[in-house]
Design a protein around this ligand. Structure first.
Ligand code: ADP
Length: 452
């Protein structure tokens, strides 16, 4: 076994050092090969357990008997591992596999819980004793996931016409695939968006070296423009990095408890000076403490992006309100704002996945940012959260935005399994609402209090 791990590690490390593959891919591949070899050793080379097949349950503590130890190890592996018998019946499944496929206590046919024809074909081949190549497949609902299924034929040594079993190990490669795509997107976006400010900087440098060399007035003006351009490049890179980070773990929901009423008040403290500078009044209308299941830093980013926009697209003398309400049903959270009247256009940019019936008991908290600014024409609303989308001809003041803020908000809210609604009426203003699930117990208490 140790020799196997050593060989796999050496082979992949040599590939990594010679540049064939990356270091993390090398470590992951060596670990996967070692784990597969280990499971193969336990199930085939080790003495065969002739007891009737069973679902492998996690043991309280490691057993001393080698067979029990094998079960314990397989049970504790975070990777789904199954043994498939004749006719495609699931004979054994570790807890990770049961979670992944949603298996109940009773036995099941693999084809009933995994609708992937290529994997099922590969299993049929393995049950005839044929070696199989790994099968890759992707699913995009309810969440994106990319799986590499390893199918290995196992000879049980049992008498009878069906001596073969198929070992199915399902490696989740979603993070690796996402990281690859994010890297490619980041490079493409960064190089495209930085080209314009860079070209402008190069132009000004040429001018300063040429005819503007002795003109002090022109030099100061150009330097100030160059400063703005470098600031814009910094904002672009910050926003692109932030978007990449958010997209990277969008498939992993957060699980802290965060008070969004406190976030609303903090946002007003942080952005107060910018609002005052522009002559915009900002105020909070928030319940005492309103908890949601979330990640604090990301929800601060959501609040700051929405309030910054509200200030940016408002005229001097107008008012921005950040409202927080908890204990709402899914329907109330989605439909409760009509602050702009019936003429306003309204678009849901993101909504919680899954059947609405499953969310009947769930309570949500909403954070709503309302401004009396320029408003947005109806036709633009569905596209606002696309990266780099900006409404033509709209003035946001001297500090132009990057067109990435609402894309970041959308991805954070999707990660939180929440909703993001935009309402706007041109010339009247806009309301940007986000809502997220509240922690189960707190939602029930708040709900009971609100019905008293
Ligand atoms: P930006 O950095 O350009 O503000 P965002 O992604 O935050 O990028 O917003 C995208 C576009 O949506 C903005 O360029 C602007 O045209 C429009 N927008 C966003 N918020 C508001 C608002 N409160 N009022 C009017 N228009 C807005």
């Amino acid at each position: 076994m140790i020799a196997l791990i050593a060989i796999a590690t050496v082979v992949f490390m040599v590939l990594a050092v010679t540049g064939g593959i990356g270091v993390w891919e090398a470590i992951a591949s060596a670990a996967a090969i070692a784990a597969l070899g280990f499971i193969y050793y336990l199930l085939v080379t080790a003495p065969v357990n002739r007891e009737p097949p069973a679902i492998i349950a996690p043991a309280a503590r490691p057993a001393e008997n080698p067979l029990q130890l094998a079960d314990t190890i397989v049970a504790r592996l975070p990777t789904p591992v199954l043994v498939i018998g004749p006719g495609g019946r699931i004979e054994q499944a570790n807890p990770a596999a049961r979670d992944f496929l949603g298996l109940g206590a009773e036995g099941a046919q693999l084809s009933a819980v995994l609708r992937q024809p290529k994997v099922l074909e590969s299993i049929s081949g393995a049950l005839r004793g044929e070696n199989q190549k790994p099968v890759e497949y992707s699913t995009f609902a309810p969440m994106e996931s990319h799986i590499r299924a390893h199918v290995i034929p196992l000879k049980t040594g049992q008498e009878g016409p069906f001596p073969w079993r198929a070992l199915l190990v399902m490696a989740d490669e979603t993070s690796i695939k996402r990281a690859d795509r994010m890297r490619a997107d980041f490079l493409a976006n960064a190089s495209h968006e930085l080209r314009t400010p860079l070209a402008s900087l190069a132009g000004f440098i040429e001018t300063l070296r040429g005819h503007a060399r002795e003109d002090i007035g022109a030099r100061d003006r150009f330097l100030s423009i160059m400063h703005d351009q470098t600031e814009r490049m910094r904002r672009l890179i910050d926003d692109l990095l932030s978007l990449s980070r958010v997209e990277m773990d969008e498939h992993l929901p957060p699980n802290d408890e965060v008070d969004i009423a406190a976030i609303a008040r903090d946002t007003i403290d942080v952005l107060g000076p910018i609002a005052r500078e522009k002559g915009v009044l900002i105020e909070a209308d928030a319940d005492e403490a309103t908890l949601v299941v979330g990640q604090r830093d990301q929800l601060i980013e959501v609040a700051q992006n929405l309030v910054e926009n509200a200030i940016k697209y408002s005229a001097s003398g107008s008012r921005v309100v950040i409202e927080v309400r908890g204990g709402l049903t899914r329907d109330q959270a989605e439909h409760s704002s009509h602050a702009l009247g019936n003429q306003a256009a309204r678009v849901a940019i993101a909504l919680p996945g899954g059947p609405i019936s499953g969310q009947a008991k769930r309570r949500f908290a909403v954070m709503r940012v309302r401004d009396a600014g320029v408003g947005i024409e109806r036709r633009h609303l569905p596209r606002l959260s696309e990266r780099f989308y900006r409404v033509d001809g709209q003035k946001s003041g001297p500090k132009e935005g990057t067109g990435l803020g609402l894309a970041i908000v959308k991805h954070i809210i999707s990660r939180h399994r929440g909703g993001f609604i935009v309402e706007s009426a041109q010339g009247e203003g806009s309301v940007f609402s986000v809502f997220m699930p509240m922690p189960a117990a707190k939602a029930a208490i708040q709900d009971a209090a609100s019905t008293e």
